[in-house]
Design a protein around this ligand. Structure first.
Ligand code: FAD
Length: 382
């Protein structure tokens, strides 16, 4: 098979039945959510909404039933994700746990960790954040300096994590840090830990985004004690574990639907009789989204089949970020917001929000240059 094959996923009639249920749910639950709030897409944080989603059985859908999951397949889960994002639902409280922390615990965790965390994740009661990046370590994750040193009964952690989304409002972090290893062994000697963010020795400080919003944080560990049973998976094998999360992290519909609310508002503002130029521009954006959706669903099918489509996921994320960033650039050229009308005022507010967020689309989850390096390597070009 060629390195970059994207086979269509198997048909899933159950997923299409589910789609109607999810649409009805979000229409009722989000009837009064305004467009700017919808534009937050998967950054919108609302624990009460997450619990309602959990009550529908739509968090931890693919976890086994014995751990509180619902035994659904990846394509059924995909339908829930895309309908939530298309509607601008505030999903970020449970997003990371559902997308990657839960699956990592399922794959690498002890029986005790599975029983402890997975049912709570599926009930929408336990939210996670990702503790990877550091002040001097982003793209080059292997250079992390936060260190966990063995002490009686566990480990003592010192170091600083940065850009940690929602660390101030979630319960648990999966911390990636150094546990041993010589400096020349960059990938060895790293490990992952399940960290209760209420543990003594952890300080969470806000970092404000361009929009003025508080989404991410600096998280400082000062002599923070972690018990032995908080190690996730194998000690010193953190690099292999963390890289296996990346296909989950990079391939979903959140990697191309971040500007979707703006596209909806653009269509409203253009009205039923757009100019030919506007119709062509909209058609092009929609065609790109449809192509991305096919690629992304294909990756969901590969994940379902137990493959590790990290290369395909990098491609989805890179192409997706291009389209997400292109939508506000094109949209702003198509609508005159002066003099304002009710439609153009709403469009302008969503445009403003999306423009302020767009630079982050090609940074979070892996920058453009890094993804292209992975794709080039996967294709044997470097
Ligand atoms: C909205 C948002 C949310 C985030 N949430 C989290 C989170 O929850 N948890 C977490 O751990 N991290 C999070 N991050 C951090 C994110 O993963 C990093 O920003 C990203 O990995 C890049 O690291 P950096 O910012 O240190 O940039 P750097 O790695 O310093 O890169 C700066 C620039 O140099 C380029 N560059 C770097 N190395 C190379 C190279 N070898 N070849 C060519 N070009 C290169 C990069 O592409 C980039 O353009 C978040 C970031 C954003 C924007």
């Amino acid at each position: 098979m060629p390195a970059l094959a994207f086979a269509p996923p198997p048909a899933s009639p159950a997923a299409e039945t589910l789609r109607a249920e999810v649409r009805a749910f979000v229409a009722a639950e989000l009837a009064h959510r305004n467009s700017v709030d919808r534009a937050q897409s998967w950054s919108g944080f609302d624990p009460a909404f997450s619990r309602k989603v959990a009550q529908q059985g739509w968090i931890g859908m693919t976890f086994p039933r014995q751990y509180g999951g619902h035994g659904r397949n990846a394509l059924e889960r995909y339908v829930v994700l895309e309908e939530m994002l298309a509607a601008g639902a505030p999903v970020s409280a449970h997003w990371i746990a559902d997308r990657q922390s839960g699956p990592s615990i399922l794959r690498f965790g002890t029986e005790q960790q599975k029983q402890d965390f997975l049912p709570r994740i599926a009930r929408g009661e336990c939210f996670f954040c990702i503790g990877m990046s550091e002040p001097d370590s982003g793209s080059d994750l292997a250079s992390v300096r936060t260190r966990a040193v063995p002490v009686p009964g566990g480990f003592r952690v010192n170091g600083t994590k940065v850009w940690t989304s929602h660390a101030h409002e979630v319960h648990t972090m999966i911390l990636f840090c150094r546990t041993s290893g010589a400096p020349e062994d960059r990938h060895g000697g790293t490990s992952q830990f399940l960290v209760d963010l209420k543990s003594p020795g952890i300080t969470v400080r806000p970092i404000y985004a361009l929009t003025g919003q508080h989404h991410f944080n600096e998280v400082v560990f000062q002599d923070c004690f972690l018990p032995e049973n908080s190690v996730l998976g194998k000690l010193d094998d953190g690099w292999n574990q963390v890289t296996s999360e990346l296909a989950n992290e990079r391939s979903g519909p959140e990697r191309f639907l971040s500007s979707f609310t703006l596209l909806v508002e653009l269509l409203r503002a253009l009205g039923p009789d757009p100019s030919e130029r506007a119709a062509i521009a909209v058609g092009r954006m929609v065609a790109h989204l449809i192509a991305l959706r096919r690629l992304s669903r294909s990756v969901a099918g590969m994940l379902q089949a137990g493959a590790n489509p990290a290369l395909q996921a990098a491609l989805v994320k890179d192409l997706g970020a291009l389209v997400e960033q292109e939508i506000p650039e094109i949209a702003r050229q198509l609508i005159a917001t002066d003099p304002p009308t009710p439609e153009t005022e709403r469009f302008a507010a969503v445009l403003h929000y999306t423009m302020m967020h767009a630079p982050s689309f090609s940074l979070r989850g892996g920058t453009r240059e890094i993804l292209r390096g992975i794709i080039a390597r996967g294709l044997g070009l470097r």
